[in-house]
Design a protein around this ligand. Structure first.
Ligand code: SF4
Ligand code: SF4
Length: 132
């Protein structure tokens, strides 16, 4: 008697949900729309970056390393020029570097597709090739 009642309940639930739209999304066939303030993959505009190193200092996850890219003459002095390299596989998208970059070089994009076969694919070095 109890089993029949349970079966009836299950069938009722089945017919009810069969008439509804699916609650899951057909990802990756349909693009997921993220919230406006969603924090995804970090990006840099190499032209805006001055190599000030603030992002490296404030990052709590050790994502950023300043890399020497050449020398620059300032007055009578030769100074080393550095630019940031990012190991994005350890980035927690906290946004600290974005907030503290005074030159607006960093942004957190809406890109959430960070699955890769080799983590080296998530090392962002595009700021290292800018000729200043
Ligand atoms: S990204 Fe911004 S904070 Fe980082 S080195 Fe460049 S200018 Fe400085
Ligand atoms: S978003 Fe946060 S964890 Fe990622 S690089 Fe910037 S400061 Fe580091």
């Amino acid at each position: 008697m109890v089993a029949r009642k349970k079966l009836g309940g299950a069938l009722g639930e089945m017919f009810k949900t069969a008439m509804q739209r699916p609650v899951t999304e057909s990802y990756p066939f349909g693009r997921k729309v993220v919230a406006e303030r969603f924090r995804g993959r970090l990006d840099i505009d190499p032209v805006k970056c001055t190599g000030c190193s603030i992002c490296e200092i404030v990052c709590p996850a050790g994502v950023i390393t300043m890399v020497p890219v050449g020398m620059k003459t300032i007055g009578s002095r030769q100074v080393e020029v550095k630019r940031p390299s990012f190991e994005l596989y350890t980035c927690i998208s906290c946004g600290q570097c974005v907030d503290d970059c005074r030159f607006g070089a960093l942004t957190l994009t809406h890109d959430f597709e960070l699955a890769v076969f080799h983590k080296e694919s998530l090392v962002m070095k595009k700021a290292l090739v800018v000729d200043k």
